[in-house]
Design a binder for this molecule. Structure first.
Ligand SMILES: Nc1ncnc2c1ncn2[C@@H]1O[C@H](COP(=O)(O)OP(=O)(O)OP(=O)(O)O)[C@@H](O)[C@H]1O
Ligand SMILES: [Mg+2]
Length: 326
């Protein structure tokens, strides 16, 4: 197949006065090593593959390349549904692509909307409310401790060492700080004290579950960016067969509820009574070719896949869904 690889690289951030190139705001974007690894994996399998940068001329370049399939992992730059922008363009061009479409990307990028969907379908998620302006924090009816995070971010952007709050004054201060970081709505959630898991899905298969152990009680932005952070991962997580089955069922249910396709990675927590809660779902898990940094790659490795096999298995899952001949 001829495959166009689409990703937004950190080195190509657009000019933006509020978010200079080294600002945390861009930490979600990809490293050129990921693109190189994906292209290499596809070529190893005999595909023709080329990286096409999703700049303003992307439509012209895609029409010129005429791919059979697009391997999309664009996070986008601006806007609350930025992960949905390339899928929208690909739909318009009638080009098939891996992964989730416009609706799934938009729903999961907005954690508030995703949690409303979980409520609607009866999937467990921590109690929550949203703040649409830092100057109007309404009455909080959820018991402390609470957790403060942006509604539309990844890589723990807007989550620092004060995100866990024990009282109203700290809550007000933290909402203001987070707002200032992202200038967008902020989610206030019940803090779930307990174990944390991250679950990767490929097609309808749940890969080995990872437990994330953080000595500070949650996984902050500073820890995600620090190669020497004390956070570590255990895979497969130590779980009873019943708990594992429950987590797998919950994760597949969340993927289905958000209309996600092909692959995703999601974070869950378990409280002292072993109740499971979905924190959030990522339709575009990090595919950086180092299992120590990328949980999806780690789970795939524990499942017995090399990086090349993982990428080509993802292509197979998408091709099957789309009815494409390999
Ligand atoms: N309600 C909560 N209770 C306890 N911890 C939480 C809660 N919400 C978030 N956290 C902690 O903060 C971390 C980051 O939160 P979350 O996964 O929602 O952010 P993210 O920026 O979308 O992450 P990712 O890097 O996975 O995209 C979680 O991994 C968890 O450790
Ligand atoms: Mg997360």
């Amino acid at each position: 197949m001829r495959i166009a690889v689409l990703a937004n690289l950190k080195k190509d951030v657009p000019f933006d006065i509020e978010h200079p190139p080294d600002h945390d705001y861009w930490d979600d974007l990809d490293d050129p090593r990921t693109v190189r690894a994906v292209v290499r994996a596809l070529r190893r399998k005999g595909h023709e593959a080329k990286y096409i940068a999703p700049r303003l001329n992307v439509i012209r370049r895609l029409l010129a390349y005429q791919p059979d399939l697009c391997f999309n992992f664009c996070e986008g730059h601006f806007g609350v549904s930025r992960e949905a922008q390339i899928p929208a363009i690909l739909d318009m061009l009638r080009l098939p692509y891996t992964g989730s479409g416009v609706l799934g990307m938009s729903l999961s990028h907005n954690k508030y909307m995703a949690k409303k969907v979980f409520h609607w379908v009866g999937l467990p998620t921590p109690d929550f409310m949203v703040v649409n302006s830092p100057d109007e924090i309404p009455n909080v009816e959820i018991d402390f401790p609470l957790f403060v995070k942006p509604t539309h971010e990844g890589t723990s952007i807007g989550i620092n060492e004060n995100a866990l709050v024990q009282n109203y004054d700290c809550l007000v201060r933290q909402v203001k700080w987070a707002w200032n970081e992202v200038k967008a709505p902020i989610l206030i959630e019940k803090y779930i004290e307990g174990r944390e898991f991250t679950v990767s899905i490929m097609g309808d298969r749940v890969l080995p579950i990872i437990e994330i152990v953080s000595p500070t009680g949650y996984y902050s932005h500073g820890q995600k960016e620090d190669e020497n952070s004390p956070v570590y991962r255990i895979c497969p997580a130590k779980l009873s067969p019943e708990k594992r089955a429950e987590i797998e069922k919950t994760a597949l249910g969340a993927m289905c509820a958000l209309e996600l396709q092909d692959f995703c990675r999601m974070d869950l927590r378990m409280d002292a009574e072993e109740n499971i809660y979905i924190l959030e779902v990522n339709p575009l898990p990090l595919l950086f070719p180092d299992p120590l940094q990328a949980s999806y790659v780690f789970s795939s490795k524990v499942a017995g896949m090399t990086y090349t096999q993982m990428i080509n298995n993802l292509i197979e899952v998408s091709a099957k869904r789309l009815g494409l001949k390999m």
